[in-house]
Design a protein around this ligand. Structure first.
Ligand SMILES: [Zn+2]
Length: 235
């Protein structure tokens, strides 16, 4: 851990942590990195602003905030925050955040979504089998159709893929919504919203079904997939 990481973790330990961007874990870190930091007046500009200050990819920050917002207590949010800032160094990126290589983010979604559905539901759900089939067809550049349009449904969250998720949604509901975003992403490569949406919903599904430790492991592995940190020798 470098000195800055140490200082951020210290600050996180002694601060209130809101589940929102303002007053949340990235805000506390931003105030260590830029003491005169003030959040953008426009709320839709804030995620990119926080991502730039810590120097982490926007898709990663959005996934982390999604997981953080879904945690039941402030102490859980603090544990997540300290684990992240303790293991992932912040980066100096200057005035604008460099774009994330699309292939890394796309591959991360292809890794995350099946894992999330397996955690929240099971690998022998008909939708899971259909998802693995379309992923295989897509990687072989063959034609495939959406499993939802083909009539497949999740056993744990039947026909919930188009229903809006909320704080009280089940893990499997988050997982099927993540699958819907993955389908959208693979059907349209220029779609820029489906990657963060898929990674966020996958993270919520994993954390809600397997708990905080699994959510932290997901964030760590996601950081490896996004090439923010090297894989541990065992990974
Ligand atoms: Zn299922």
């Amino acid at each position: 851990m470098n000195e800055l990481q140490d200082e951020i973790c210290d600050r996180l330990m002694g601060s209130k942590l809101s589940p929102h961007w303002v007053g949340g874990l990235f805000h506390v870190a931003a105030l260590v990195l830029e003491p005169d930091f003030t959040p953008n007046v426009r709320s839709d500009g804030r995620p990119r602003q926080y991502a730039r200050v810590v120097g982490w990819p926007l898709v990663f920050c959005e996934a982390v905030m999604g997981i953080s917002a879904g945690l039941p207590t402030e102490d859980d949010r603090r544990t997540l925050a300290v684990s992240l800032f303790g293991t992932i160094p912040t980066q100096k990126v200057g005035k604008t955040l460099p774009p994330m290589p699309r292939k890394h983010a796309r591959d991360a979604a292809i890794w995350a979504v099946p894992l999330a559905h397996e955690c929240a539901c099971s690998a022998d759900c008909p939708l899971h089998t259909a998802m693995l089939a379309f992923l295989e067809a897509d990687s072989a550049q063959q034609q495939w159709s959406s499993p939802f349009e083909a009539g497949f449904s999740c056993r744990s969250a039947p026909r919930k893929e188009h229903q809006t998720v909320s704080a009280t949604s089940s893990a499997s509901h988050h997982a099927v919504v993540a699958i819907r975003y993955l389908v959208k992403l693979l059907k349209n490569d220029s779609d820029s919203h489906s990657i963060p949406d898929a990674l966020r919903e996958a993270g919520k599904a994993i954390t809600k079904s397997k708990g905080l430790a699994a959510g932290m492991q997901y964030c760590h592995n996601l950081a490896v997939h996004l090439e923010m940190i090297p894989a541990r020798p065992s990974e």
